[in-house]
Every structure is written in C-alpha cells, then in structure tokens.
Design a protein around this ligand. Structure first.
Ligand code: SAM
Length: 234
C-alpha cells in the first residue's frame, strides 16, 4: 500500500479539546469515526488551524514553552515569578499531566498558564503559529538509552526545526539533562544547526529553579548538564 501523496508517513487526525473540569487544561486527542476508530489523515484532510495566541492564553504573545513539564515543579515556580506571561506546558503522560494541572488550579494567580496533554512535536507542528515563542525549556527529557530507542527522543532535527519555526528573533532554548551520552549527542545535534548559537554551555538552573528530576539527581550527586542557546529563526 502506498502513502497518500503529500504525507511522509501515515498520520492520524487530531484536535485540541478543553478538559471538563480544569479550564487551563487541554487534551490533544485523536479524532475518531462512528466506529470509534482513529481517523487517518489523507492528502485532502485540511491542515490544522494554528491556535490564536491571545484568545488561547488570555494575553498576547510571545509565549514561553516547557516540553515535558512532568508534575510541574519548574513551571509553577517560574510562572509564579512571571504571572503576566503566557506559558504553555506540554506533557504526554495523562496521570502526570493531571497532577501538574492540579498544581496550576491551586494557584489562581497563574491566569495565563495552559497545559496540554499530548506530544510536543505534534502540538508544535500542527497547533503553533510561526514566530510566537520567546523561549523553549526542555529539562531532563527521557533519555531512551538503548540505541534502537533513540528515535523516541525529543531532541531530534525535526523537533528543532519546529523550534526554529515558532521562535521569535533572539528566542532562547534551554536544555538540561543528567544523561552524559544524551547530552553529548544533543550537543552534536546543536552544532549541526547553524541557526542555533550556544550562549551558555554550562548554565545554572534557570532563575535558580530546579526541576523535580533535577532535585532528585542532585541529591544523589549525579552530574547535571545544562546549556542555553539563542535561536536565529528563518
Ligand atoms: C524524565 S521526565 C522530566 C520531567 C521534568 N522536566 C523534570 O525535569 O522533572 C520527562 C517528561 O517528559 C515527558 N515527555 C517525554 N516526551 C514528551 C513529548 N514528546 N511531549 C510531551 N511530553 C513528553 C514525559 O512524559 C515525562 O513526564
């Protein structure tokens, strides 16, 4: 069976739906047919419309984004310091995302934080407009240590291409990991992207805020690799 023209792989149709109980929490869902089967995208499927930033966040952009926010330790502390900033947190595990969503709900001052349950790459690609983001934070992404699993890592060229597209001029990209080999491969990946400029190869936690995983790793004396890059969009 050959692929429909215009698609590089089979893709499902997706939609962004608000959760029933928490107004800042959204789910990236597969669209299904009457038999409850996910709908495949075809070359005729209309492209997803990017979200309207001021309508979605309640304030105009540019936004900041955290990919894989986990239980939201960094997000909540960081956003408490910047309560007027529109902030998007993405988390693909439902139970973890729900914990983070609850932490936001208990802080009513965080009016412009939105949490999306779903895959960050798909959300970037299908739902974020060009040049809407002034910082992307990726902290302690799953390392997928086995070589045959590397394809699951978030730090890939396709993801960075999306970062470039959604970035405003001089946007920042924050990266941190405890995994030496993942760090080395990611540094090599950064070097292959001439539009990424390393501005702090040995960064401290952003504004001094450690993430949930980082707190655990530092406690047991694991080395932490953090860096900050400037993004020069097209
Ligand atoms: C190791 S945890 C780190 C969580 C948090 N950043 C911290 O440092 O405490 C990685 C998190 O990223 C999430 N994640 C991994 N890939 C993702 C993706 N493509 N989109 C959204 N979330 C993702 C995982 O579900 C997990 O909760």
């Amino acid at each position: 069976m050959s692929l429909p023209s215009g698609l590089s792989s089979y893709e499902f149709q997706r939609a962004l739906t608000p959760s029933h109980d928490l107004k800042h929490y959204f789910h990236l869902r597969l669209l299904k047919d009457d038999a409850d089967l996910p709908l495949l995208r075809t070359e005729n499927t209309p492209a997803t419309t990017p979200i309207d930033i001021p309508a979605f966040f309640g304030v105009p952009g540019p936004i900041e984004i955290e990919v894989g926010c986990g239980k939201g330790t960094f997000m909540t502390s960081y956003c408490e310091r910047h309560p007027d900033m529109p902030f998007l947190a993405l988390e693909k595990e439902a139970e973890i995302a729900y914990i983070a969503a609850g932490r936001v709900a208990r802080r009513p001052q965080l009016k412009h934080v939105r949490l999306v349950l779903g895959d960050a790459l798909i959300f970037f690609r299908d739902f974020l407009p060009d040049a809407c983001t002034k910082a992307v934070h990726v902290y302690f992404p799953d390392p997928w240590p086995k070589k045959r699993h590397h394809k699951h890592r978030i730090m890939q060229e396709e993801f960075l291409d999306q970062v470039r597209r959604i970035s405003t001029p001089d946007a920042l990209f924050f990266f941190g990991t405890d995994h030496e080999e993942y760090n080395l491969e990611t540094q090599e990946l950064f070097k292959r992207m001439p539009w990424l400029e390393m501005i702090d190869p040995k960064a401290e936690p952003t504004e001094g805020i450690q993430t949930n995983f980082e707190i655990k790793y530092r406690k047991i004396g694991k080395p932490i690799y953090r860096c900050v890059l400037r993004v020069h969009p097209p």
